[in-house]
Design a protein around this ligand. Structure first.
Ligand code: FAD
Length: 412
């Protein structure tokens, strides 16, 4: 609810209270960025981020993303000790595996890159894969690696609430039901954001509006080229022998992930013909209004059932869907926009925004407060598509390609 103390001035206004906005707000408050206000059009922490599978992975197909993943995991691991706010996570590790020669060679290539970027990876055989993750049969894996450093968060909203609580303890304000309807730009610089509750004067705005980032960007005259693409997952009824600490399993050839969840397993995957959708085409769009297709989950179950035989007898405990915010090259959009001084972007999650949010928030905070990012993040420059003039059709095609090839960005 909005109260009479709705702020009129801020040093930074963050737009969008998902994982990226909440992590950035926490990091800005921690870095001493002054009066930090986070606005959300809905109840905070209820959109794409609250629906995530909660998976964190170190193998990210790019050095900068691997670095951000490692940074995020370090923040999550140390969060409670640093802030006093609990952030429950499971130190499960993960198994990265493939059943076809073509995908096995992709795993090997990714492992070589990952090792070069400092990721610990242990080659395992079928028997060891089954011993570590008894819910995985381990019959036909041609290549399998244990990634001991990987973790997951059982209930994704718990991480969002932890960032939120820690940010407020540090003095930031998180305000829901406050849609940003305009961004004032004067003399080429951001000067205020407008909401139905009044305007907030500010020299700096961070657009972390998820699938709505493009709409928010337009308010400041910026193109934020993102393509929303739907993603589903399913949690099964309990499975005998499942324990939370058993590793997550990623089967690359089926583009499917499976992990322990609430006594059963959670699985989801990256279909070949995903639904790409522009939120502006659905009146008052929120993730609740996204059409749901349970056949997607059925197909992923069937594609991996040989390796996960329990899936033949489980029933559905929960299914949920949401949208990824894809970019044309599969990389985030992070940093200052050239469109207006003071307009910054934290978007383009490409399906990893939950797990990389803590790292991205900390990088942005260091950059905004200290004047430079802690390491080279130019690959994420939000202005990098400016000269390409991507048509909506090209962006859509490229975004879908990136989604389909989430586990195989080198092109399977
Ligand atoms: C089913 C599913 C499983 C996933 N699994 C994983 C996973 O295991 N690991 C992983 O890393 N990622 C995963 N993801 C992806 C991850 O959820 C996203 O990358 C991440 O949530 C993106 O965070 P966000 O903050 O950009 O978006 P969101 O969480 O959607 O937040 C954006 C916020 O902006 C607000 N907003 C928009 N416009 C305005 C406005 N004008 N004014 C005020 N507020 C506004 C919205 O209301 C929303 O709350 C998954 C996604 C889905 C759908």
């Amino acid at each position: 609810m909005i109260d009479s103390s709705f702020p009129t001035d801020a040093d930074v206004v963050v737009i969008g209270a998902g994982a990226l906005g909440l992590a950035t707000t926490f990091a800005l408050a921690r870095a001493g960025a002054g009066r930090v206000v986070l606005l959300d059009q809905f109840e905070p922490a209820t959109q794409a981020s609250a629906r995530a599978a909660g998976l964190f992975k170190l193998l990210q197909f790019s050095e900068v993303k691997t670095r951000l993943a490692a940074r995020s995991m370090a923040i999550v691991r140390g969060f409670e000790a640093e802030t006093g706010v609990p952030l429950p996570f499971v130190d499960s590790g993960s198994i990265y595996a493939a059943r076809t020669p073509q995908h096995a060679s992709m795993v090997e290539a990714e492992v070589e890159d990952g090792r070069g970027w400092g990721v610990e990876l242990v080659r395992i055989d079928n028997a060891e894969a089954h011993r570590l993750a008894p819910y995985l049969a381990g019959n036909n894996l041609l290549s399998a690696y244990l990634v001991p450093g990987d973790i997951y968060v059982e209930e994704p909203r718990s991480m969002l609430l932890a960032f939120w609580q820690a940010a407020e303890r540090l003095g930031a304000r998180v305000i829901g039901h406050a849609p940003v309807t305009g961004i004032r730009v004067e003399g080429g610089a951001v000067t205020a954001v407008e909401t139905p509750h009044g305007e907030i004067r500010t020299p700096l705005v961070v657009d972390s509006a998820g699938v709505w980032s493009r709409i928010v960007g337009r308010m400041a005259g910026a193109d934020v080229p993102v393509q929303p693409v739907r993603h589903h997952l399913r949690i099964t009824s309990p499975v005998a022998g499942i324990e939370a600490k058993q590793p997550v399993v990623r089967l690359i050839d089926a583009a499917t992930y499976v992990r322990p969840a609430r006594g059963g397993v959670m699985y989801g995957g990256f279909e070949q013909d995903p639904l790409a959708l522009d939120p502006e085409t659905i009146e008052g769009f929120s993730m609740d209004k996204l059409p749901f297709d349970h056949h997607v989950n059925d197909r992923f179950r069937d594609a991996v059932i040989d390796e996960f035989p329990d899936l033949a007898t489980t029933t559905v405990q929960e299914q949920r869907g949401g949208m990824f915010t894809m970019t044309a090259d599969g990389m985030f959009l992070v940093g200052p926009s050239d469109a207006a001084r003071g307009f910054w972007v934290a978007s383009g999650c490409n399906g990893s925004g939950f797990s990389l949010s803590a790292g991205i928030g900390s990088v942005l905070a260091e950059w905004i407060v200290g004047g430079a990012p802690p390491f080279d993040v130019s690959a994420l420059d939000p202005n990098r598509f400016a000269t390409e003039n991507l048509s909506d059709e090209e962006l859509r095609g490229a975004g879908i390609w990136q989604y389909v090839n989430y586990y195989t960005p080198a092109g399977a």
